[in-house]
Design a protein around this ligand. Structure first.
Ligand code: SF4
Length: 129
């Protein structure tokens, strides 16, 4: 065995060890993010905070068509027309329904009644791509 062969063997052993570490590492990372991947993924790549809401304040408080129970649901989920959390708004929530026609208010898959694009409630969930 000459020095060149030893170097090649040494290289192959190191390369396979690095590969094993890379595979093991990716498995560990996948396992760490697997259970709560949807809620954890955005935290891994935080975006710069938005400066200001993109729309002027919209009031979506006409609850005349709602039952008492539906109104209570809005209250229980602490719905507000204007969020205080810059990156959590109804219009970037998975449950938001875009406005139709000329209405500035959209809807929500779990809350009845008009929903402001800049609104927020405690059931906010990041919109999936
Ligand atoms: S779940 Fe809450 S944050 Fe999401 S669209 Fe409905 S009211 Fe807005």
């Amino acid at each position: 065995m000459n020095k060149k062969d030893f170097s090649r063997r040494d290289f192959l052993l190191k390369a396979s060890a690095i590969g094993a570490v890379a595979i093991g590492g990716s498995s560990v990372l996948a396992a760490c993010g697997g259970k709560e991947g949807a809620s954890q993924a955005p935290a891994a790549a935080p975006a710069a905070p938005e400066a200001a809401p993109q729309t002027a304040s919209v009031t979506c408080d006409d609850l005349s068509g709602l039952t008492d129970q539906e109104k209570q649901m809005r209250t229980a989920l602490q719905y507000v027309d204007e969020t205080t959390i810059a990156d959590k708004r109804c219009d970037n929530c998975q449950l938001y329904i875009e406005p139709e026609g000329d209405s500035p208010c959209g809807g929500c898959k779990i809350l009845k009644g008009p929903i402001a694009p800049a609104g927020y409630c405690t059931s906010w969930a990041a919109k999936q791509a």
